[in-house]
Design a protein around this ligand. Sequence first.
Ligand code: SF4
Length: 897
Amino acid sequence: MNRALAWINNIEIEIVQGETILQAARRLGEEIPTLCYSPGLAPEGGCRLCLVEVGRSPRLAGACHTPIQHGMEITTHTPRLESLRREILTLYLEVDEQREFPTDTRDSEFGRLLEHYGLRPKSNPCAQADERSNRTHTYLRFDPDLCISCRRCLNACEQIQGQFVYGIASRGPSTHLIIGPGERFDESACVACGACVDQCPTLALTDRDRMNGKPAERVTQSVCGYCGVGCRVEVESAGNRVLRIRGVPGAAVNRGHLCVKGRYAHNYHHSPDRLTTPLKRVGSDWIPISWDEAIHFAAERLQQVRDQHGPNALGGLASSRSTNEAAYLLQKLFRTQIGTNNVDCCARVCHSSTALALQIVTGTGAASVSFADIESARCIVLAGSNATEAHPVVGARLKQAVLKGAKLIVIDPRRVELAEYADHHLQVRPGGNVPLFNAMAKVMVDEGLIDSAYLQERVESVSEFREFLRAVSLETAAEQSGVEPAKIVAAARLIGNLRPALFVTGLGLSELTQGTASVMTMANIAMLTGSIGRPGAGMMPLRGQNNVQGAADMGTMPTQVTGYQSLRDPQVRNRLTQVWGSAPPEEAGITIPEMLDAAARGDLHALWVQGEDIAHSDPNEAHVIKALTNLDFLMVQEMFFSETAKYAHLILPAAGALEQEGTFTNGERRIQRVRPAVEPPGESRADWTVIRDVGIALGAEWHYDEPAAVMKEIARVAPHLFGGVDYASMGPDGVQWPCPEPGHTGSTRVHEDGFVRGKGRLVTIAYAASPEQCSTEFPFVLVTGRVLEHYNVGSMTRRTAQCELVGEDFLEIHPDDASAIGIAAGDFVELESRRDRAKARVRLSQRMTPGTLFLAFHFPESHTNRLTSSYTDPQSKCPEYKITAVRLQPATAVPLE
Ligand code: SF4
């Protein structure tokens, strides 16, 4: 077959299908100037700077949007083209040939072009004209005098984030960029992702922190310390301060994109509230002590409790914000130096149901896919996840996939943002997932909308499942789930007809007493439609904290050791004995809720809490506090004096995400390097070093001198998942486990050649109502969750300018409910559950159905978790944050005691 060839500046080039002239030229290293073009955005073809000559009697063609074709002869720089480009540039500004070229202009793409073409602007196009600039957003600034209406910001906003903030007004010379309907960022749909700033070639749009002026001394590549998306970041710093953060262009996870938290909310690192020295409680006070004293005191107290009450009277909670290496060492310390499996992490209170469910039915308790599968998905089911707020970069990718034609079904009690883009929004009653998924499965099976070959080859219990579905009634399911039969049928048909599908899930499925059941019944649908192990399809749980996936992977679980290995498997025990010198007890330990129950009863005497604020984040606050106050020894590793730290006997100051070395694992099983951009303040230290030193003080012969040494050991302990994971061979985008041997490049998908457990399993589970039921006394259902601007207990985001965006937790309530109890937007209400009371300001919202409320938990003064119950999923022990029966009454703004 003849090769398709073209010539650019007389250089022969083989044509790549679908490439434009510009892309081909750049592949050859031939530079063509552009202004409105940006890789990753659709070609705009507006600025005309990229015009090239094509053919021997040359015609002009826009290189950014003209496909390169066989036989084309292209010239990119001729006197005619260069003069044209010069002329085009002069249209954007008045020039003054006598003027010196302003040096700061070189900071911008536009300025560098002006300089290249010898154009000296009369006024400096990159000088910041304060008077006219639009500063209606905490983080953004727009200077209309510098804008050349190239539309890159507008295209980025639409094509990356999908917010449609910008528009172009007027025509001809009056053409100009407009921001929202009212020329105010803060009243527009802007979510401050900063994609527009990254695109602006003239510095008309800038980050306001850029104006602080300090030049960067260092640029460090690391990973965002907020959510489990795990965006790669470039951190600019100077003099031990973080100046700015950008997304790493081309990073596999985020392709340069970030959300408002990852990009702007970094100042907590430098907060005056940071803990800077170990603190020991003396009476009702805490006194600063040295690290030597702190390590000695910690080891002594842990040993005393173990000697007095036995190893199972101690427990350890690993931080999902800290590194894999720290989590690994903490579970090793408890298993080898204390002699208990009482270790857990915050995965327990978020996705433990998901992990357990997927482990049971597929053999792997993690995502079967990569985020990149979103772009090839034809049908996406988003269940129990407000992805655009809780996992914004993935949320934006989901939105883009739908804008480009993928079908979307949203299953959520709340009309979350993505429901606006959905083909079907099934507004399920909180806790109604199991009957809903069973009914959808019935429709698929009855109508033959299933992948029979896949089921026959790869799935077990098919006939039992068919039998089970015979008894499922659509009408009963509709009653239990709150979703009309016609909607259930329509959604099931859409998924069944477009199979395979991508199932993206969040805490709305897992934080229920039927959490594990919810995920398993959803996985039934995934298997019926042949979705798991296929490109653009499968199971994608969105993980909450930055390293919650890694903390569980590392073995901070009471039932399994590193790499989800059985505590009783003789081979595993053998390997652990070789590497650790001893094997852990065979008997499983207890989970976080069980540890708190045990402490409240007086059976657990010592607790080591690494980077979790359980007195704020865990349900039934009064019970948690009772447990904490009952302990003989509470040791807390934290960046700030948290709610939990108030009850501690020893507080150890911890390093932040941008202050330490190690690895984080994101929600697509990707292990990525984390590097220090700045030093931790005072004497605060990276968690892994503290755990190592306490381990040594407890008698361990540990010789880890750097986190890479810990990773080498992790590879030996769990070779089936991490055998080939090693800092030295890890590329910039890290590696996705399983990566079983050196030289292995990692796994973008699992279950491709068959399920890890052998055959996938269909499960038959009936609906069981939550024990937390509404009544005439407590008529509303409260759902708790997160908002875009804040993260978890807010200890980091509350110490940044995020508070200018959202400064308090608010109660979302349907206007009909609000008027029925006589409250208006902005009023305060008191919420009371069967346990306690809380208070919040009201926000009227049609996102909730009447009778259902939403409240975030980022601010400790709201005491959201005073309301929530201690009910847990019986299998995973995940608490039920998504159903709390409450009543409301108008209140004053005075905070509760
Ligand atoms: Fe950080 Fe998550 Fe935002 Fe990415 S999406 S920047 S990981 S908070």
